[in-house]
Design a protein around this ligand. Sequence first.
Ligand SMILES: [Zn+2]
Length: 370
Amino acid sequence: MHFKSVIGQEKLKSRLIEEVKNDKVSHAQLFLGKPGYGTLPMALAFAQYLFCENKGEKDSCGECSSCLRVDKMEHPDLHFSFPTVQALSNTSDPFLSDWREQVIEMPYFNLNSWLKRIDPKERKPIISVHESQQIIKKLTLKAFEGGYKVMIIWMAEEMNPQCANKLLKIIEEPPAKTVFILVAESQDYILQTILSRTQKIIFPKIGCDDTIEYLKSKKGGAPSESIVSRSKGDLIEAQELFSENQGEDANNQLFIQLMRVCYKKNVLDMISWAEDITKTSKENQKQFLKYALHMFRQSILRNYTGDVITRVSEDEDAFLENFAKFITGNNIQSMTESFSDSVYYIERNANTKILFTNLCFQVMRHIHTG
Ligand SMILES: [Zn+2]
């Protein structure tokens, strides 16, 4: 992994690069922060930079044989330890191929998604004393390439005390050119004796602009402000919120546009709205119609109960504040019929361009009888 593939965290990147350039790499480091801040991707980029045979000023080359092997997670001097479900295996190695797949597919992940991948029963995973023996064994071997050996312990807070105690000595006095990178979300459960032997690097939240860029590149769409602010600089959280809301956000925009053009009786805009939605899949069209039905119900609820029992997002709420009054006892039934009839006809392969154009004219009539 390149440093440039790690989202944000520019200050930390420079700091780590300086360590390598000045030959002052601390032999035991603790990368502390939420997984969504990029602690593991940074550990991978750092390891790649250490191993790289042709280091640039700001990044590894990505082309030498060391870089290529780190990229494939196959470098013989890059070792990993991570929590496992003890009933399945008390050491990490049997899960290495799952681990490689996960990291290559999506290096931003948390313990939850790791657990889902390795155990359908989702039992609690830990790093046990058996694993500490493996760690010691691997690090006392000579480096295959004669350079650095790197051990990344992911979710180091999941080491149980027996495991942590067994590692104290090697973390304090590791063999030459050995670097421990402990990656942890919280230091509360890490033994004080381990903490005192590591150099702590605290990861800050990811900035708003970087979060937006990340979602655009991963999800192909711009997130709403509400998602960015609710994710609190955690890219994993941002991605989950975005996936949940992606459909709703798009439908919300379509709904607002439809209501506006119909209210203004702008026939040209109505036709172009109908053309746009016709280009989407039938599944999307049906979802939109159902979403619109939901918004009409919420409008009525809002009118008759205040906003006590409405179930809407912040964006929807802001729209409904002005819009709800246009949906009343006079038009709710006809409005509902127009939209549920449309679902019915789409399922029976109606010509959607005609259908949605008709729908626009119906909405225009209904909205002015509210
Ligand atoms: Zn390289």
